[in-house]
Design a protein around this ligand. Structure first.
Ligand SMILES: Nc1ncnc2c1ncn2[C@@H]1O[C@H](COP(=O)(O)OP(=O)(O)OP(=O)(O)O)[C@@H](O)[C@H]1O
Length: 317
């Protein structure tokens, strides 16, 4: 699944986690995250995303299977791997009574490899990076949720990272906050950082991710480039006409399947391969059908998800 020649930045084989209560949270996961990708880890609440991330970061041990991050086994190589990974998991731990800047100073002090002489510059750069320079002196408790999330990202960016792991980075944010975080993710990716982010929002994955994996009930349903995942399910043909019943008949005569009628809308499976859309449109018109609009609606990741799992998806969150 990875691009030719690139070593996966995250790779798991048969990764499984059964919690002590017997809950099988992650079941035989084979994941491959290509270097340089923005990789969306998508699934409804409770599908095992956080459990997987916690295993990847060495926070909990798998029941069975293996995980490697930056080419090294986890959790065994956690000490060498984790300094190269910026993580934002379950919201940043901030002190409300400290300013944004002082929170970052605290994080930097906690890093034994961080040179105290260059601390001020590092903290300033990170604040600049996430657009918080102007609000750096404000107490963190006065920050909006989006600003807190950006401060958490700034903490993850205090040193150069090859990989960023973000668990639901836009959860609870308003649309403006979501846009800010997404823009930042795109920027970081453009600089070559691989970003692995979990989300239960399909449109978020479509907007920012190059690749995605879809989870349901602890199992991997599919993974690959986002464009391929969406293209895997054909789009829907949509015709608007006052002669809907006749249009449906003509489409059927031309071998079109999955036809549904709703008022003046006729929808159907998009024709595969041999049927030319222009010919189909001409056939309708020649059949005396008054066509108001005719086209193929692009398949979305949501269509792919529904086709793959037979389930709806909590799109709105
Ligand atoms: N510490 C735990 N002990 C027992 N069961 C757990 C524990 N943590 C999670 N689970 C269960 O494991 C399953 C997967 O949970 P997980 O949090 O990994 O899913 P998720 O996809 O990240 O969902 P969410 O977005 O709600 O966090 C759920 O059924 C959950 O109830």
């Amino acid at each position: 699944m990875t691009e030719a020649g690139t070593v996966p930045v995250i790779e798991t084989r048969g990764l499984t986690k059964r919690y002590r209560g017997g809950q099988l949270a992650v079941d035989g996961l084979d994941l491959a995250v290509p270097g340089g990708s923005v990789f969306g880890f998508l699934g409804p609440n409770g599908s095992g995303k956080t459990t997987t991330i916690r295993m990847l970061m060495g926070l909990i041990d798998p029941t069975s299977g293996t995980a490697s991050v930056l080419g090294r086994p986890m959790p065994d190589a956690a000490r060498t791997v984790l300094p190269q990974v910026g993580a934002l998991i379950e919201g940043p731990a901030l002190y409300g009574f400290l300013s944004g800047r002082d929170n970052l100073v605290r994080f930097d002090c906690a890093d034994p490899t961080a040179d105290p002489r260059t601390r001020g510059a590092r903290v300033g750069d990170a604040l600049e990076r996430v657009g918080l320079a102007a609000a750096a002196g404000k107490k963190a408790r006065a920050y909006s949720l989006g600003m807190k999330q950006r401060l958490g990202l700034a903490a993850a960016l205090l040193r150069p990272r090859r990989l960023l792991v973000l668990d639901e980075p836009t959860n609870g944010l308003d649309p403006q906050g979501m846009r800010e975080i997404r823009a930042l993710i795109r920027e970081l990716a453009a600089e070559g950082t691989t970003v692995f982010l979990s989300s239960h929002l399909l449109d978020e994955i479509e907007q920012v991710c190059t690749h995605a994996a879809v989870m349901a009930r602890g199992r991997l349903i599919t993974q690959g480039p986002v464009a391929d995942l969406a293209a895997g399910s054909l789009g829907r043909l949509a015709v608007t006409t006052p002669d809907a019943a006749d249009a449906a008949r003509v489409l059927k005569e031309h071998g079109i399947t999955g036809i549904t009628l709703d008022g003046d809308r006729v929808r159907a499976d998009a024709p595969a391969g041999t049927v030319e859309l222009a010919d189909l449109n001409a056939a309708l018109v020649h059949g005396g059908i008054r066509v108001r609009s005719f086209g193929v609606e692009r398949a979305s990741l949501e269509d792919a998800f529904v086709a793959l799992t037979g389930e709806g998806f909590d799109v709105a969150g």
